[in-house]
Write a protein that binds this ligand. Sequence first.
Ligand code: GRF
Length: 225
Amino acid sequence: MPEPSRAALPIVVLISGRGSNLQALIDGIQAGSLPVSIRAVISNRPAAPGLERARQAGIETRVLDHRTYSSREHFDDALRALIDDYQPALVVLAGFMRILTPAFVAHYRGRMVNIHPSLLPSYPGLRTHERALAERVAEHGASVHFVTEDLDGGPVIVQAAVPVRTDDDPDRLAARVLEQEHRLYPTAVRWFAEGRLHLEGDRVRLDGRLLDAPVRLPDTEPTGT
Ligand code: GRF
């Protein structure tokens, strides 16, 4: 990956699997629209396909296999030490399938974000697409939020919605939501890198304004705003 400019914000990305959101960030950096530098991609799963995406982009990869740790606390302590070696200004969870300890979350408060495939606060946790279909909701989507001790419950920064179709199945719906994720995450990370986005107490401040509700990316809005 080409050397980013001096102004690029150092970040570390955590993954467990496919890494398509990681790829969206890499694509944004390579397109020159995302002023961050991915110092490392860390996976808790040695076989995560996303590791190869990072290698292809010339990004350092590290594996910290949670199965080799005797407790969640020990794993999180090791993970924190590993992340902090890279001195990131932001930790980006991109499909990182681990419940994090309160101490770990507190350490990164205001500088760790996650992407979740639902319009939070609806459907925290797993199998969000199945649950949205079962409840026949009219719209579904994805959210980027600051990470707090509440699983998928931290203050939401930005969301994008997709209409749910009568002939949807979980895979089709997930694919459309994923497209939105790939717009959302680079947008939110860019806002943070540009110094426009902060966590203040339990609220999100964007461009100097405390948000009453998450920003909604409209269908047509270019991600370059
Ligand atoms: C995404 O749906 C994300 O919202 C969720 O896990 C999935 C990760 O996908 N947290 P990928 O690994 O980025 O392709």
